[in-house]
Unconditional design. Structure first.
Lengths: 84, 563
């Protein structure tokens, strides 16, 4: 698991959310985003957007499966690199 | 069979009827073989994927990555595993058909997004509706707009076209558009004119009267539609289409020319647009700028008003896209025939004489200020001109200008940049404003005459009312006098005067408007080159002609003199 803070103001709106889904699909593991009590399947754009993740939010990325470590690393890096 | 509606986009077309049936929400149907039903659903998803990918690719080409991103998000939503699991489990567990399962699950998502606090995410409810509607249409055998056979031109017939329908229209395969509702100012009509597709609107019962696939001709100027035309009719239309093609080719040489009258006066020939999607047509037709950006379309087809930032991005895109050429953006012109449900404008006996445009905005300062602030912030990306619609008195103008000043002070204190020389002008579309244009001219930077409303208010004719439509004429001597008054008063005060109504693109009227001294003409992009040709062949000054026109006593006399 890794924690990241979303830097871009607009957060995970449609475009970065669809890019995130594409990143996640490179892995077979199940990837989960968590903010407080909310969790989202990171391969589902609907559940990501339903969380309304905004700039400044603290998100933890976790994964389960054979490539879990690589998935967490890659997705956390992707989220950290988001810019408006 | 001969039918007649409202001519909403000029031109001639011939093609087979392609009917887009109204979508009705599917009802529940019990199934026995859920495995087969899921396979049917998979096929529908696959087809929807192909359609969306085609839209995405063509949008990427015409509008660039940034603008096409939303279609990429639509693709991600369509292939969403949670949505898929939700629908397929419903089919399996409830033994209900795929279209109904899609409806049930998509409504859950729609409701969830509609209830979200943030404007942006709440808007995504419409994206969910858009993609699941496509799925349901495919599952129930209804046509989606992408299905024309590209080898064969079609005339599209629909009750009304949604923005998503019009986004997937391909001009080269669309011989015409017919809708049952709407008129010259409806979204479909504006899109049709922008794309240069002939269109007839307000043709009641078109769907029930016109059999699918029947050959038909359409005349977008007169509103005449012929179903199963005879040989002579087909021949006549084909000649017209050929002539139009030849003319279009000839007009191309005017694309890179400047808009100058024969005696050397520079004129501005600009385009009317309704969204950033129209920008390619503005450029393609060599417009000198945008003379009317109808900002109300940014507010339509959504569940809440666009935020300041969202608007800023759109205005910035338009201004950057025009590369320094002037852009007139009209502030929100809601009401009248342009309904925006969330603004809660009450139903009125006379909406055209009612609570609309600047009248509404002056009462809803937060909404208005968000737009003005977005405009001011965008102004540094090009040459922006702000225009207020429906001004009828100096008091309203002053109130509106005060809000602009307040926003400027706010932005200054926030250290936000804007163009300090930004021009602020008004539409002249109410007779009272035309009559006191000498007074108004002292407090604005420009006038733009809106002829559609100016005619209907001057002669007291609802142009949608068939019984009296013949009284609605751009050639009425009263209108000619009003136009002259406005231009003269503007020039006396040292400001420029333009026109953004349908009359500005009327080939018969252009010479007179030029001679009256009009500085700027704004029209559908597809009319720009023809206007440039007409203007280049005429001197700006022709006092004898103007004198003769002003002494004409009837609309018929005026029209004859102009023909």
């Amino acid at each position: 698991m890794r924690e990241v803070i979303i830097k871009n103001q607009t957060g995970l709106h449609a475009r970065p959310a669809s890019q995130l889904v594409m990143e996640c699909k490179k892995f077979t593991s199940e990837i989960t985003l968590t903010r407080g009590e909310n969790t989202a399947n990171a391969k589902s754009i609907m559940s990501i957007m339903a969380m309304a993740i905004m700039g400044g939010d603290k998100i933890s990325v976790s994964a389960e499966g054979s490539d879990a470590d690589a998935a967490v690393e890659s997705i956390a890096t992707f989220l950290e690199s988001l810019e408006d | 069979m001969n039918l007649k509606g409202i001519g909403a986009s000029a031109g001639y077309g011939i093609g087979k009827a392609f009917i887009i049936k109204e979508f009705t929400p599917p009802s529940s149907r019990t199934i026995t073989d859920s495995k087969a039903e899921i396979e049917r659903f998979d096929l529908a998803v696959k087809r929807a994927n192909n359609e969306l990918e085609a839209i995405y690719t063509s949008k990427k080409e015409s509008l660039g990555d940034e603008n096409a991103a939303i279609f990429q998000a639509h693709l991600a939503m369509l292939n969403d595993p949670e949505l898929y699991n939700g629908i397929t489990s419903h089919i399996k567990n409830k033994k209900e058909c795929a279209e109904y399962a899609t409806k049930v699950i998509s409504e859950q998502y729609y409701d969830m997004f509609s209830a979200m606090e943030d404007d942006y995410f709440r808007e995504r409810a419409l994206d969910i509706k858009d993609i699941t509607m496509r799925l349901m249409k495919i599952l129930t055998g209804l046509a989606t707009t992408l299905e024309f056979d590209p080898s064969e031109p079609v005339v599209i017939i629909a009750r009304d076209l949604t923005p998503s329908d019009t986004a997937s229209l391909k001009a080269e395969f669309t011989a015409g558009i017919i809708t049952e509702i709407g008129g010259v100012t409806s979204h479909s009509a504006i899109i049709a004119r922008t794309l240069g597709i002939p269109a007839v609107m307000g043709l009641k019962d078109a769907i029930s009267q016109i059999p699918s696939d029947s050959l038909m001709t359409i005349n977008g100027s007169t509103g005449e539609v012929v179903v199963n035309p005879d040989e002579d009719c087909i021949k006549a239309i084909r000649i017209q289409i050929e002539e139009a093609k030849v003319e279009k080719k000839l007009l191309e040489e005017y694309k890179d020319k400047s808009s100058t009258s024969k005696d050397g006066h520079s004129i501005e020939i600009a385009s009317n647009i309704a969204s950033t999607d129209d920008l390619p047509f503005v450029i393609e037709n060599g417009s000198d700028g945008v003379g009317l950006f109808r900002s109300e379309f940014i507010y339509m087809n959504r569940t809440s008003a666009p935020s300041e930032d969202e608007q800023y991005q759109i205005y910035k895109k338009v201004l950057s896209g025009l590369d320094g050429k002037p852009v007139v953006i009209r502030t929100l012109d809601a009401g009248g025939d342009k309904e925006i449900p969330y603004l809660n404008i009450p139903k009125e006996m006379n909406p055209f004489l009612g609570y609309r445009a600047i009248r509404y905005c002056l009462d809803h300062k937060d909404l208005f200020k968000a737009q003005i602030r977005a405009l001011l912030r965008a102004s540094r990306h090009g040459k922006l001109r702000i225009m207020f619609p429906m001004i009828s008195s100096l008091e309203e103008l002053r109130l509106a200008k005060n809000i602009v000043e307040t926003c400027k002070i706010e932005l200054q204190s926030e250290n936000q940049l804007y163009d300090k020389n930004i021009e602020v002008g008004i539409m002249i579309e109410i007779p009272s404003a035309a009559i006191i244009s000498d007074i108004l001219a002292k407090e604005v930077d420009f006038f733009s005459i809106g002829t559609n409303d100016l005619i209907q208010y001057s002669v007291a004719v609802d142009r949608m009312n068939e019984q009296i439509r013949h009284l609605y004429s751009p050639y009425h001597p009263a209108l000619i006098r009003l136009i002259k008054t406005v231009i003269d008063n503007g020039h006396d005060a040292g400001i420029w005067v333009g026109m953004c109504g349908a009359v500005a693109g009327n080939e018969k009227m252009i010479p007179l408007l030029l001679h009256l001294g009009l500085d700027e003409f704004s029209m559908s992009p597809s009319a720009v080159l023809k206007a440039r040709k007409i203007i280049s062949e005429l001197p700006r000054v022709n006092d004898n002609f103007v004198k003769k026109l002003l002494s004409a006593s009837t609309a018929e006399e005026v029209e004859n003199l102009l023909s």
